[in-house]
Design a protein around this ligand. Sequence first.
Ligand SMILES: [Zn+2]
Length: 162
Amino acid sequence: MSYCCKCGNKLIKKEHKNDGLIPYCSKCGEFRFPVFSAACSMVVMNPDKNKILLIQQYGKKRNVLVAGYINKGENAEDAVKREVKEETGIDVYNIKYNNSEYFEPTNTLMLNFSCVAKSEDLSGINNEIDKAEWFSFNEAKENIMPDGSAQRFLDFFLDHFI
Ligand SMILES: [Zn+2]
């Protein structure tokens, strides 16, 4: 960030008492900490931990991971539980951090977690989801949308945690 988000003035670096050199607007007289959105994306495993849930959304015929924005004031782990529940009706536990990726077009930091579903029942998927399906690890690798963050998160998870 190099310009003030409120007045457009060029920012300088100024010593902040707790955080070292931070962008500062001398016109507003305020520090401008980085501003971005945060989202979570989930490698959801079935109760036996041998399948992964992939979904199709918004009329697109491509398999991705369940994902959603983290609300202001919300812990990432709570967002994981809430988003999976809202989108699929499934409760998850054993939430573990996997990897992250910054997505420039929406200025969003995507945090990926793995979690375990309490049920494989997909009858509660909401109407934002066109299709949800459990895949074996190998099938998930083959069927996930190529070259996107979902694929990179899934590969990272399967390479490092399985
Ligand atoms: Zn300013």
